[in-house]
Design a protein around this ligand. Structure first.
Ligand code: AMP
Ligand code: ZN
Length: 473
């Protein structure tokens, strides 16, 4: 089985091949922490989590980084204009910008936890990387890709031949479009800011460009990705609005800086719509996780509702989709319960292997769906296919145990079933090995703890003369 992913850069579905065998380095553009993240933002973050989990289930060691943007993201980022979003919020609310970013970072992490999103290897905050950002900007000036005007530094897009390769925006089009927002300082209207200076800015740093500057949003992600993952990475993700200018600019400055390709695969999530249209404050339909919980739904149901559409298709959120998500999950949870009973042999007089083929087929459907550019709607029928067989008692005890095993794996990837904490075979083997080592070291408390942990997940150990055997029950 091979994973194929759609690459925005090549506009084609490609066979996934990491730069280093067995390892994937992935950078996900994270939130700008000036406000509570809405369910559209979470669509993008849940996709990153899904991708990481599927890569792991496919055997890759995944090095995942998702940043926190806590300075430099302007209200009109397309034209390098407007106010810093965090500072704008600080002024509106009378709070300190650092307090704003702390408050909304904490809320973001709490919501991500509720939504069952796994922690990445690193969550760098832009403000912790200002020094290397300034260094990159200095080096881009030395290499003649950037120029300084007063305390501002711009990237000269005419110096980077491939500017536009991701978004398809040609420089001529950009120049025509940018005329309305002409900035006299720029050599070309399409040039973008790497560094800005502003004495009135509240979060500012002294550098060789002046006493009161701050980095541009695009420069931030490039530097955090390269500092933490290396000059060339495998995957870079974001929402579709990140394609231009954010990711286009990231490519230009990183490749100009290092002389190497930045990311092999660029993957973008289509926007979440609400009631068939754009979410908007004026329509009162910019929903947060708390709004969804307030209507009596759970975070797990929202996770499922946001994951069940293909990430490259627009997804329409309505309260009916939440009702549908709830009922689909109730059916799946009930299937798990019934499978447990069947696996214990309570299914009557079927042969243990009866229905094994159906389970293998369900597993194949799931795998093929996800391998096809993370196509969840193509994968889900694998899960739903088990239900009629369970209700009609067509699965013997062994087939039911295999089905549970499959659902465990599926849940490692989707994280939406009510299976408690559950382990896939490899994890069970690892825990058993850890228990053996604890016993050998006479650490019986630890050995018992591991046995308890496994038992809580329905895994029973039998110590025998030829070693430890285990089974699911
Ligand atoms: P921001 O906090 O504005 O930097 O956005 C965080 C992430 O959410 C970015 O990757 C955006 O592209 C993404 N995003 C914003 N709005 C939506 C939406 N309606 N649907 C899906 N993704 C979105
Ligand atoms: Zn970014």
């Amino acid at each position: 089985m091979t994973l194929k992913v759609y690459n925005t850069l090549t506009r084609a579905k490609e066979t996934f091949k990491p730069l280093q065998e067995g390892e994937v380095r992935m950078y996900n553009c994270g939130p700008t922490v000036y406000n509570i993240q809405h369910i559209g933002n979470f669509r993008a973050f849940l996709f990153a989590d899904l991708l990481r989990r599927w890569l792991e289930a496919s055997g890759y060691a995944v090095r995942q980084v998702m940043n926190i943007t806590d300075v430099g993201h302007l209200t009109d980022d397309e034209h390098d204009e407007g106010e810093d979003k965090i500072e704008a919020m600080a002024r509106r609310s009378g709070k300190d910008p650092w307090a704003i970013s702390r408050q909304y970072t904490d809320k973001f992490l709490e919501d991500m936890g509720q939504l069952g999103v796994r922690e990445p290897e690193a969550r760098p905050r832009a403000t912790d990387y200002v020094e290397p950002m300034a260094k990159m900007v200095e080096e881009l000036i030395e290499k003649d890709f950037a120029y300084q005007v007063g305390g501002n530094v711009y990237f000269d897009v005419t110096r980077f031949e491939n500017y536009g390769k991701l978004s398809g925006n040609r420089q001529e089009d950009l120049e025509a479009g940018a005329r309305i927002a002409i900035n006299d300082e720029k050599r070309n209207p399409a040039d973008f800011a790497l560094w800005k200076s502003d004495p009135a800015h509240l979060m500012k740093w002294e550098t060789s460009f002046g006493p009161d500057g701050f980095p541009g949003w695009h420069a931030e992600c490039t530097v955090m990705a390269i500092e933490l993952l290396g000059e060339s990475i495998d995957i870079h993700t974001g929402g579709e609005d990140n394609i231009f200018p954010h990711h286009e600019c990231e490519i230009a400055q990183s490749e100009a800086w290092t002389g190497k390709p930045f990311a092999t695969y660029w993957m973008h999530t289509k926007f979440l719509q609400v009631d068939g249209g754009k979410m908007s404050k004026s329509l009162g339909n910019v929903y947060t996780l708390d709004d969804v919980l307030g209507r009596g739904f759970t975070a797990r149901q929202l996770r499922f509702a946001l994951l069940r559409g293909h990430y490259r298709q627009p997804l329409n959120f309505t309260w009916d989709t939440m009702v549908a998500a709830r009922s689909a999950l109730e059916g799946l949870d009930d299937t798990v319960q019934r499978l447990r009973e069947l696996a214990e042999g309570k299914g009557g007089d079927l042969a243990p292997e009866d229905g094994s083929e159906l389970v293998a087929q369900a597993r194949a459907t799931f795998t093929q769906g996800l391998d096809d550019d993370l196509n969840v709607p193509r994968a889900l029928p694998g899960l739903f296919a088990l239900r009629p067989a369970v209700l009609e008692h067509r699965l013997g005890s062994r087939a039911a145990a295999e089905a549970l095993d499959f659902l465990c794996l599926a849940n490692e990837v989707l994280g939406v079933l009510d299976m408690d904490e559950c382990f896939i075979d490899e994890q069970v083997e690892e825990l058993i090995e850890a228990r053996q080592q604890a016993r050998a070291a006479q650490d019986f408390a630890e050995a018992d703890r591991i046995r308890g942990e496994l038992e809580a997940c329905g895994i029973v150990l039998e110590d025998g003369p030829e070693g430890v055997r285990w089974r699911r029950c």
